[in-house]
Design a binder for this molecule. Structure first.
Ligand SMILES: [Zn+2]
Length: 263
């Protein structure tokens, strides 16, 4: 969205870009939630848009020497250039409503937010940092799933991140998972669905396998809206669907409830 005007992906209306920015990157005509860059998400969530980035010195490698239509090592360089990030997640420390938090936000612009070794490591580090500092953890997911270019190493991240999250139970600290459009594959199958509460933005695509694979497997037509957040909420897979403009106050209220702090 670099231009003055932009088109809504949903209602196709032409919108003044500044209006969208002022409206939390949500279409003022139809309520469509535009995808957010990770850094914009942090600015939106944390007090006074202030935060300290952490774990920035972890960079991906190409352990398998993988090559499809291009070398994985080259793909990494290209994505690092286009996003100015080392990989598909950023970790930060800051406060929300005065409460100290550790926040991880995934960046879809970096190889579809796919989870390889670095994403797994950074999610784990964020969890460990929150545990060490005895503060809540919030993870905002946006991912197509495990990163194929790292093969089994990507799949190992499901177990690694899940084990890190499991430790929150023992110390009774809250971990809140926010699922945004899209959250699929190995990310849904690990930390994104393991929150003390799992909440989502409206109309976000959330699932494990894609609808075509499921239809072929079960040989049935899937219902309308299947794998969208409202459908998942109705069927007990999510705790709430929260509009972006309400997300920050919602999270602060949830943190206060979990930590038993006065409202
Ligand atoms: Zn629209």
């Amino acid at each position: 969205m670099d231009q003055l005007w932009t088109r809504c992906n949903n209602c196709r209306r032409i919108l003044y870009r500044q209006d969208i920015l002022d409206n939390f990157f949500v279409c003022s005509a139809c309520g469509f939630h535009f995808r957010l860059a990770a850094v914009d998400r942090l600015k939106m969530l944390l007090d006074e848009s202030k935060f300290k980035l952490i774990d920035q010195n972890i960079i991906p490698k190409d352990p398998l020497g993988f090559e499809d239509s291009m070398k994985y090592s080259q793909r990494l360089v290209d994505n690092q250039k286009s996003t100015s990030l080392s990989d598909a997640v950023i970790n930060a420390e800051g406060t929300m409503g005065g409460i100290e938090v550790v926040v991880s936000v995934m960046e879809f612009g970096f190889m579809g937010g796919s989870m390889g070794s670095v994403v797994g490591e950074k999610i784990t580090l964020a969890a460990e940092r929150a545990l060490e500092r005895k503060v809540p953890l919030i993870i905002v997911s946006c991912s197509g799933g495990a990163r194929m270019q790292e093969g089994a190493l990507s799949l190992m991240q499901l177990m690694k991140t899940s084990s890190a999250i499991a430790r929150f139970e023992d110390v009774r600290l809250p971990y809140i998972s926010v699922l945004t459009d899209p959250t699929t594959g190995g990310v849904t199958a690990s930390f994104a669905m393991l929150g003390d509460i799992n909440i989502s933005e409206p109309n976000a695509l959330i699932g494990f396998a894609g609808p075509r694979v499921i239809e072929q497997t079960i040989k049935e037509k899937l219902p309308k809206g299947f794998q969208r957040s409202e459908f998942l909420l109705r069927h007990g897979m999510l705790d709430d669907v929260v509009e972006r403009k309400n997300l920050r106050p919602y999270l602060i209220r949830a943190l206060r409830l979990f930590l038993n702090r006065p409202q």
